[in-house]
Design a protein around this ligand. Structure first.
Ligand SMILES: *[C@@H]1O[C@H](CO)[C@@H](O)[C@H](O)[C@H]1NC(C)=O
Ligand SMILES: *[C@@H]1O[C@H](CO)[C@@H](O)[C@H](O)[C@H]1NC(C)=O
Ligand SMILES: *[C@@H]1O[C@H](CO)[C@@H](O)[C@H](O)[C@H]1NC(C)=O
Ligand SMILES: *[C@@H]1O[C@H](CO)[C@@H](O)[C@H](O)[C@H]1NC(C)=O
Ligand SMILES: *[C@@H]1O[C@H](CO)[C@@H](O)[C@H](O)[C@H]1NC(C)=O
Ligand SMILES: *[C@@H]1O[C@H](CO)[C@@H](O)[C@H](O)[C@H]1NC(C)=O
Ligand SMILES: *[C@@H]1O[C@H](CO)[C@@H](O)[C@H](O)[C@H]1NC(C)=O
Length: 874
């Protein structure tokens, strides 16, 4: 009886709910439902919402759109149905017609917009999916899709959307900016695929080409050569049926979108980060990204001044214009082609391929065959490999048109073979060899040096070390003046000291073993890895067989023990955990890098030990452990008065400056944080843990990594989100560290109870309100130097600015710290640390930390690309 009443009640409720309006939160409308007013469809996982909205300033014109359900209000609209056909008289209503069309009606029940009549199936439902796709299909889903919003992008490419053409379906998908923020109708700026020759994407303003991705060579888009995806994967599919670009997000909680920005005329990727949309990735980025900047047969290189040059064998068309920095006229041949078999080719490398929409592609032809094809056609000016899938280089492309939009990169992208008259080639060859005889010589020297160092390294990696620095010399260097030079050459190493001349392992096996697990093997042939070798017995004796009580913490790849050598010297021994492959690569990295560095503010490596399965690094012992054990400890942080904290900040800044600018190598630490700053007997700070540091060569300033490692809370946003590594990502971590030292609070996990902000946000809020002094650790007890403390806060805020280019170099930081008179710029809002993955990161952690370090250091590995379509970095 009671049961029947209940079921009747439920029945009535259900009927009431389904009458003409969608119930609370549904993702589907049927033929019997109408969506109107503020009602929305919300995708099953609560990610996207669909409904009517009216942009501010649109005079009440109403549009049907899709936005993020988690962001209050339709503020970030990613799709608009009726961008050209707004509803002028409310209320607007959305229905699924009996004929299976989605229609928007205005207040007079007139149809203002509708989808085409379906050609397939019996459309009975329109469903909003968690991908942000609105799909018309037969009830029950899974059936054939009659229509989908993904086929009609507006200004935003969401993950999984395709940008390009579907030849079978006759659909062209591009993204076009809104006319203005109050008007979603199509504006001037579009990003689209152009087919013909090799696929290539263009950013256009009207009919004018502003930027191009460069041709797809089967492996990468040659204008976007850096592999920097860590949270993203990409594909370009190029087949007779369809050609498109698409991207995917590996971290499901990360919201990200690719948008055409009409005002800036840029293609931008935005990622949501602590409630704010950030864009660190945009094109065009630099002057060489602008389309055909250097004209026909010219090429652009940001590292040259002026940036434009003519290809070898070419001269400016108008030297006058060229001299006035007007490069669009481009270049012409110095000697015309003979075209009777008297021509040859000159290779230019590291190139973005010339525009290839009008080039001729030969799939399956080898490079040699292509050369012949080019020689056989008088109008052919160049050829290159295309379809590089897997580096095999099947297929090629020839240009019988002007070579446009080339640029040279500092990294390997692609070779282009330029056709020149034989006399030009002879001249170029003579210039390369004749004039530069010494080049030849130095090449030989390089080869010899490389060979020697490879051999040395082989032995060094296996035995790790043969020599011992003269002890006196070593101790002299440890303290006292800053050492900006390298360790002495091997000739300076003498006195064997607790060293065996031959390691107990076979050198080759061990070397290979180490390198196999090492991710960045390209650094493996570095010179001067001459580290003293300790015998295992010595280490065992020093640490009482790794007694538990000797354990003092954990480093990046294993536990750390305190030890005392025979002569009474105290050391810290970092022992690689057994079976950790990650650890082996970090171990090698640390050996390679730190062995070359000496500075008062860097921890010093005394030697290593590789025996049987043991791998250990031996450091000078740091009596006061790590900085975090002081600044985050209620009792101990009272011991750190202002002057001491200031000296620590200055010391860390100097150590970092040495890494970035003063050593012969440019080194990015990548994991600077309180637990990686050690304090010696005199509280002098020493940066430690180089397990994931990166060394940059020559002029390289930025790199991209597919593997983001580091510690959330300290990671610069552009690094965490886009994998961009530069010295400026370390500067960000430094800024966080300074704030932590001053406040005695952690950036992560120190949320202001009443304000939903972390330390950076809190510091910024107080700064804007002129209350910065409230930030200072009360444990300082008023010991601080008022104006200097304020300067430290200002400096820290400058270091954590969102845009890397606005952050100061460490040399400026040191100057600003050391001088009370230097004028500091006004900081702007800090970049937010990635808050994503905060909950799940613990499970991903693979760099384990000591108990004192509550921070989680995270490693995220990019999965390998699954298809032959490969990666690009759009
Ligand atoms: C509306 O249609 C759907 C599917 O066709 C059906 O499940 C639902 O019961 C209908 N609602 C009403 C009130 O007719
Ligand atoms: C619905 O939208 C109107 C404006 O169109 C607004 O005034 C009203 O507050 C909204 N109602 C709800 C429940 O959000
Ligand atoms: C529009 O159609 C609905 C339902 O079919 C009806 O209730 C309403 O009166 C109509 N409005 C106008 C202006 O015709
Ligand atoms: C389409 O589906 C509706 C509801 O399921 C049904 O009433 C109608 O007969 C179907 N029409 C055809 C042509 O299958
Ligand atoms: C973008 O695509 C739409 C739909 O196919 C098309 O109408 C429009 O002309 C395209 N825009 C450009 C600039 O190619
Ligand atoms: C790339 O090479 C593969 C293997 O030879 C071939 O099947 C494919 O058609 C080529 N694609 C293009 C675009 O040349
Ligand atoms: C040279 O190549 C172009 C482009 O493929 C072609 O149109 C032209 O016919 C070729 N000329 C000769 C002589 O083969």
């Amino acid at each position: 009886m009671r049961a029947r009443t209940l079921s009747l009640l439920l029945h009535l409720l259900a009927a009431a709910a389904s009458s003409f309006t969608p119930s609370a939160s549904t993702d589907t409308i049927y033929r019997n439902t109408t969506l109107t007013g503020n009602q929305t469809l919300v995708s099953a996982g609560g990610i996207y919402a669909l409904g009517f909205f009216s942009p501010a300033g649109a005079d009440g014109r109403t549009y049907l759109g899709i936005w993020y359900a988690s962001i209050p209000g339709p503020t970030t609209v990613v799709w608009v149905a009726n961008r050209r056909d707004p509803v002028a008289n409310a209320p607007a209503a959305l229905q699924l017609s009996a004929g299976g069309r989605l229609v928007i009606l205005d207040g007079n029940n007139d149809t203002v917009w509708s989808t085409a009549a379906p050609t397939v199936g019996n459309v009975t439902a329109a469903q909003l999916l968690d991908s942000g796709n609105l799909v018309l299909s037969a009830d029950g889903g899974g059936q054939s899709v009659a229509w989908q919003s993904f086929d009609y992008p507006t200004d935003t490419l969401l993950p999984g959307m395709k940008l390009g053409v579907d030849i079978r379906a006759g659909i062209t998908r591009n993204i076009t900016a809104w006319r203005s923020p109050s008007d979603p109708s199509p504006g001037d700026v579009t990003f689209k695929l152009v087919i013909g020759g090799l696929p290539q994407f263009f950013l256009l303003r009207g009919a004018t080409r502003v930027y191009t991705s460069g041709p797809w060579n089967g492996e990468i888009l040659t204008g976007v050569p850096y592999l920097k995806a860590q949270a993203f994967t990409f594909e370009v599919v190029y087949s007779p049926d369809e050609t498109y670009y698409s991207y995917f997000i590996r971290e499901p909680s990360l919201l990200s979108r690719l948008v055409v920005d009409g005002a800036a005329t840029q293609l931008k990727r935005f990622s949501l980060n602590n409630g704010a949309w950030n864009s660190f990735w945009y094109y065009p980025t630099d002057q060489c990204d602008y389309y055909a900047k250097c004209g026909p047969f010219g090429f652009c290189d940001t590292d040259r001044s002026p940036p434009c040059s003519c290809l070898p064998g070419f001269v400016p068309r108008s030297p006058d214009q060229w001299g006035r920095r007007e490069w669009s006229g481009g270049c012409v041949r110095s000697t015309s082609l003979s075209c009777d078999g008297g021509d040859g080719f000159w290779v230019v490398n590291r190139m973005k391929l010339p525009q290839a929409t009008d080039a001729t592609v030969y799939a399956g032809m080898t490079l040699d065959q292509c050369r012949q094809a080019c020689l056989g056609n008088c109008s052919c000016g160049a050829y290159a490999a295309a379809n590089n899938s897997g580096g095999i280089g099947v297929g090629c492309v020839i240009w019988t048109v002007d070579l446009l939009d080339m640029r040279q990169y500092p990294i390997v992208v692609q070779d282009v073979y330029i056709r020149l008259a034989q006399s030009e080639i002879d001249a170029l060859k003579a210039a390369a060899t004749g004039d530069h005889q010494h080049l030849h010589k130095s090449k030989l020297i390089v080869v010899i040096v490389a060979t020697i160092s490879a051999v040395l390294f082989l032995l060094a990696a296996a035995g790790c070390c043969f020599f011992w620095t003269k002890k006196k010399k070593a101790s002299k260097k440890g303290e006292g003046e800053d050492m900006t030079s390298l360790p002495p050459s091997t000739a300076d190493f003498a006195l064997p000291y607790r060293v065996r001349s031959q390691p107990s392992l076979s050198p080759v096996r061990d070397h290979k073993q180490l390198l196999d697990a090492s991710e960045e093997t390209r650094y493996a042939t570095d010179k001067d890895v001459d580290l003293p070798l300790f015998e295992l017995e010595v280490i065992l004796a020093a640490t009482d067989n790794f007694a538990g009580r000797k354990r003092i913490g954990a480093g990046g790849f294993g536990p750390v023990y305190m030890g005392v050598l025979e002569d009474g010297q105290q050391v810290a021994v970092k022992r690689l955990s057994q079976g950790s492959t990650q650890g082996v690569s970090e171990f090698m990295n640390e050996v390679r890098l730190i062995a070359k560095l000496q500075h008062r503010n860097l921890v010093r490596l005394l030697g290593c030990c590789i025996e049987n399965d043991e791998r250990m690094l031996v450091y000078e012992y740091m009596h006061n452990q790590s900085l975090d054990t002081f600044i985050f400890d209620e009792g101990k942080r009272r011991l750190l008065r202002w002057q001491k904290r200031f000296e620590i900040i200055l010391g860390i800044a100097r150590g970092l400056q040495y890494l970035h600018e003063d050593s012969r190598f440019r080194i990015i630490h990548r994991d600077l944080k309180a637990s990686n700053v050690l304090l010696d007997r005199n509280m002098v700070p020493k940066i430690s843990d180089f397990g994931i540091a990166r060394m940059f060569g020559g002029d390289q300033t930025t790199a991209y990594t597919r593997k983001v490692v580091g510690t959330y809370g300290y990671m610069a946003p552009e690094y965490a989100m886009d994998g961009q590594i530069s010295i400026k990502s370390d500067v960000f971590s430094f800024g966080v560290l300074v704030l932590e030292i001053i406040t005695g609070r952690r950036n992560r996990g120190s949320y202001e109870p009443d304000l939903d902000v972390n330390l950076l946000g809190y510091a910024w809020m107080l700064w804007r309100e002129g209350r910065s002094m409230e930030l200072l650790d009360e444990a300082l007890g008023g010991s601080f130097h008022h104006s200097r403390a304020l300067r430290c806060i200002q400096l820290a805020l400058l270091c954590v600015e969102a845009q890397p280019r606005n952050r100061p170099l460490m040399s400026s930081v040191v100057t600003m710290l050391a001088s009370d008179n230097a004028v500091l710029p006004e900081p702007s809002e800090p970049g937010v640390n990635p808050g994503i993955m905060s909950a799940s990161s613990d499970t991903e952690s693979s760099r384990t930390r000591s108990a004192t370090a509550n921070y989680v250091t995270v490693t995220r590995l990019e999965a390998r690309s699954t298809t032959s379509t490969g990666h690009s970095s759009l």
